[in-house]
Design a protein around this ligand. Structure first.
Ligand SMILES: [Zn+2]
Length: 261
């Protein structure tokens, strides 16, 4: 499932290869992916404009046009962005094979190339002028004071807190487990009882895990991810990993090192 690193790779792909190109036509006929827009509405709004900037906050991505509205793109559970055949997004998604049925939204450029939202599961979105109102600061960009203020409060387990997109945008299930393991903090620890040092360690761990995942190709490349299985052992100390459901998601951690719950 795409988290911040996968979406950042998709954004970077758009930035590198889709900007400065004039839009000749948009296939927005998938009314579910393009809701609430009617077929033809996005096409009418974007045709003739040029993509000029690609932005991201958390898992939300949007592309500016010159004179037209902003195009929001969301990868959902298994989406990829494909520009002229090169793709970025969920590396685990079974979206390969160029099955046109999985191309949910297509921007055709005047030069003949394309930008496609390819999504076998059809949970991605393409929407004009997306709202960012309910999104917290980006997990890779948030300042230290803002992190303390937003993350270090409430009695919910810290894992649930950092996955709340209105608190902090971009952390999903795997990135949360990876960052908490790197910071040696139990996922069950109540958010409000973390010390300032623990919050600093967690912020550094989220940034480092995010940078590493962007560089290596996705959150599945994290140091502890392969150990998230029955019988898996901690890559650092060798203790057997523990599993529970935290914040509604399957959670794995090292009970020897990640204490404090
Ligand atoms: Zn350990």
């Amino acid at each position: 499932m795409p988290e911040l690193p996968e979406v950042e790779r998709a954004r970077a792909l758009i930035e590198a290869h889709a900007l400065g190109r004039e839009i000749a036509e948009v296939d927005d006929t998938d009314t579910y992916v393009c809701r609430p827009h009617a077929p033809g509405e996005i096409d009418d709004a974007l045709t003739g404009t040029t993509l000029v900037a690609a932005h991201r906050r958390g898992k939300t991505m949007w592309v500016e046009t010159d004179g037209g509205p902003v195009l929001g793109l969301h990868l959902g559970m298994a989406g990829k962005i494909v520009v002229d055949g090169a793709e970025a997004g969920d590396p685990k998604a079974d979206n390969n094979g160029l099955n046109p049925v999985w191309d949910r939204f297509t921007v055709r450029f005047a030069d003949g190339g394309t930008l496609i939202l390819r999504d076998k599961r059809r949970l991605g979105r393409a929407v004009l002028d997306p709202s960012l109102d309910n999104l917290g600061p980006d997990a890779a960009e948030i300042t230290r004071p803002a992190f303390h203020e937003r993350v270090g409060r409430g009695s919910a387990p810290i894992k649930a807190r950092i996955m709340d997109q209105s608190v902090l945008a971009g952390v999903g299930n795997l990135l949360a487990d990876e960052a908490l393991w790197r910071a040696r903090i139990s996922p069950l620890h109540p958010a409000e009882s973390l010390s300032g040092e623990e919050l600093d360690a967690l912020r550094r761990a989220i940034r480092a895990a995010t940078r590493s995942a962007i560089r290596k190709g996705g959150v599945h490349t994290g140091d502890v991810i392969a150990s998230r299985r029955r019988g898996g052992s901690c890559p650092r100390c060798g203790a057997e990993m523990t599993r529970a459901t935290v914040g509604g998601r399957t959670t794995w951690w090292c009970p020897a090192e990640q204490r404090g719950s």
